[in-house]
Design a protein around this ligand. Structure first.
Ligand SMILES: NC(=O)c1ccc[n+]([C@@H]2O[C@H](COP(=O)([O-])OP(=O)(O)OC[C@H]3O[C@@H](n4cnc5c(N)ncnc54)[C@H](OP(=O)(O)O)[C@@H]3O)[C@@H](O)[C@H]2O)c1
Length: 380
């Protein structure tokens, strides 16, 4: 293999398999034979060890303490390792939800009692996830590496504001092939909240008059379309600049609350889904049918407590059903939503997209109340 005319002493450069480790061997060549001595020199231009460690790191948005969006910082942290009952997702997209904002700010205070007094115990926030399964634990039966999935991580520790997250398979369902990761990332929490509010708590029926407040937001844009898919006549309430969008997703009537007070109108509703509870329940009772249902989804804390404390009493005395609800994430409802998406009856409304490093800006935009529909985070 070596062809030297005379006896020669030379150094042979041997590259290590990963191309980072260089080793010199001392060789002595005589015609017909080359003797190779053990390595005399090893050079690490940079160590192979950190490279392996790098592969175990990932980028994530860390919530270091409760507060405004500035408390969210992009950091490199350990990539999670999949447990026996978990799947590891390579996150492609996620989206911003009111729940992420409550966790970031630790507001209302109840959040701190549940998730950590001075800072979130689980520092990586992010509820909605869309991505590709990279690895599965030994007890996983539903998914395989390579499967494209989406889901709601709020019952399994959050963590979607990162390149990778480990979660229970119960949080996930297969992504519709016809939709992008960004589209499905907008769906889980907001759409299932709207579905459960209208169908389970509200008992929506075809032909009913349904009023939806906060109709231009994440929950509201799904609620308008889901209510239409159940055959209801939908009146949507939103601010002036969002009227065209709300009409475009199928609302039969749109009321600009800056110009008109819906609670002073003549129309009576069978079902009111209140996703922006800034009027008192008494006001809404006026425009509710005698046997109608009012479901409070979100809005001011005052109204939320009003519905929780007085809802049962008001229901008994008025004959109307008055209550609030808390979303229960589950894959059955997520699959119900997937069918609606695949049938084209529901389409996520996405306002803006931000890369992972700009989650703080995305949160600021969410808090500005300018968004129409959902804000999506893309993850490389
Ligand atoms: N119960 C649950 O399990 C559950 C689950 C998810 C969310 N939520 C709650 O549901 C609410 C909506 O969530 P979301 O994700 O849809 O939020 P979002 O995307 O911010 O939408 C909220 C909408 O409410 C409207 N709004 C805000 N302040 C208002 C005011 N003072 N008066 C009238 N309308 C106002 C805004 O539209 P305009 O600009 O058109 O006013 C905004 O688009 C939040 O309070 C959230 O905490 C509850």
């Amino acid at each position: 293999m070596y062809h030297f005319a005379t006896n020669t002493l030379f150094l042979l450069l041997v590259c290590h398999a990963d191309g980072l480790l260089f080793r010199f061997n001392l060789c002595y060549h005589t015609p017909g034979k080359t003797t190779q001595f053990p390595a005399i020199c090893v050079i690490y231009p940079y160590s192979a060890q950190p490279r392996r460690a790098e592969r175990r790191l990932m980028k994530a948005i860390i919530c270091t303490r409760y507060g405004p969006p500035d408390v969210l910082q992009l950091k490199e942290v350990a990539k999670p390792t999949v447990g026996d009952d978990q799947v590891l997702i390579n996150v492609q997209a996620t989206s911003v939800n009111a729940g992420d904002r409550h966790l970031m700010r630790g507001d209302p205070f109840l959040v701190r009692l549940m998730f950590g007094l001075s800072k979130p115990k689980q520092p990586i926030l992010g509820t909605d996830v869309a991505g590709r399964i990279e690895a599965v634990g030994k007890n996983i039966t539903q998914f395989r590496p390579g499967d494209e999935v989406f889901g709601d991580l709020s019952d399994s520790g959050f963590g979607a504001f990162a390149q990778y997250v480990c979660t229970s398979e119960k949080a996930l369902t297969q992504k519709p092939a016809s939709m992008t990761f960004e589209e499905v990332a907008a769906v889980p929490s907001a759409s299932v909240t709207a579905l459960q509010g209208l169908r389970d708590k509200g008992g929506i029926q075809s032909g009913q008059q349904v009023l939806i407040t906060g109709a231009s937001g994440g929950v509201g844009t799904f609620a308008v379309q889901i209510a239409k898919s159940f055959g209801a006549e939908v009146t949507a309430v939103c601010s002036t600049s969002k009227i065209d969008m709300v009409r475009s997703i199928g609302a039969d009537h749109v009321i600009d609350y800056k110009r008109e007070d819906v609670t002073q109108g003549q129309q009576r509703y069978d079902l009111i889904l209140d996703a922006a509870a800034y009027r008192s329940i008494r006001d809404y009772q006026r425009i509710l049918q005698p046997k109608g249902t009012y479901v409070l989804i979100g809005g001011s804390m005052k109204n939320l407590f009003q519905a929780m404390l007085f809802g049962p009493l008001l229901s008994k005395t008025s004959g109307q059903k008055i209550g609030n609800m808390l979303v229960q994430p589950n894959t059955q409802d997520l699959r119900f939503m997937r069918d609606l998406l695949e049938s084209g009856k529901v389409k996520p409304v996405i306002d803006k997209r931000y890369p992972l490093r700009e989650v703080p800006q995305a949160m600021r935009y969410f808090e500005s109340r300018q968004a129409q529909g959902k804000i999506v985070i893309t993850v490389d």
